[in-house]
Design a protein around this ligand. Structure first.
Ligand code: CU
Length: 156
């Protein structure tokens, strides 16, 4: 179960250069600042079918940079990170959480994609998800299921 936390960053050849997973000589870079993460506004629009659902939340960071590397849940083993631009979705290996900044997942933009659902989540239910960060470890969030119309979804 132990994840090699630096692996996703290393694999992103064309992606962001992340501090904190840095070189073998710990020369103090700027990686000393620990991330201070707060997750707010999590929700899942009630899916229209039992096949797929989306999830949204905001991570606010008042410390050093971090990276969301994966998400797990009892609901399904199949959770991926998606970005979307101009209506086109793309799977991402990770999401950067900038230092003193925020990572926003919202309708029409970055989102979690749940597939092969164990059951179809209903409004009022809470879906517990574990957000795995490279620096901060695991943060568990209860994601309330909102009406399908709570936030219009596109592309699904
Ligand atoms: Cu998607």
């Amino acid at each position: 179960m132990t994840r090699r936390l630096c692996l996703p960053a290393v694999m992103m050849t064309a992606g962001l250069i992340l501090t904190g997973c840095g070189g073998s000589d710990a020369s103090g870079f700027s990686s000393s600042a620990r991330p201070e993460l707060k997750v707010t506004g999590a929700y899942m629009p009630q899916p229209v079918t039992g096949d797929m659902a989306a999830g949204y939340f905001t991570v606010t960071n008042s410390g050093g940079a971090d990276t969301l590397t994966s998400v797990t849940s009892d609901l399904t083993d199949d959770i991926t990170l998606h970005s979307s631009e101009g209506g086109t979705m793309r799977e991402e290996k990770s999401f950067a959480v900038p230092a003193d900044g925020s990572l926003v997942l919202d309708s029409g933009g970055n989102h979690l994609m749940f597939a092969n659902l164990g059951h179809r989540p209903r409004q009022g239910e809470k879906v517990s998800v574990q957000l795995h960060f490279a620096e901060s470890g695991t943060v568990t969030v209860d994601m309330p299921v909102k009406p399908a119309t709570y936030h219009p979804m596109t592309g699904h």
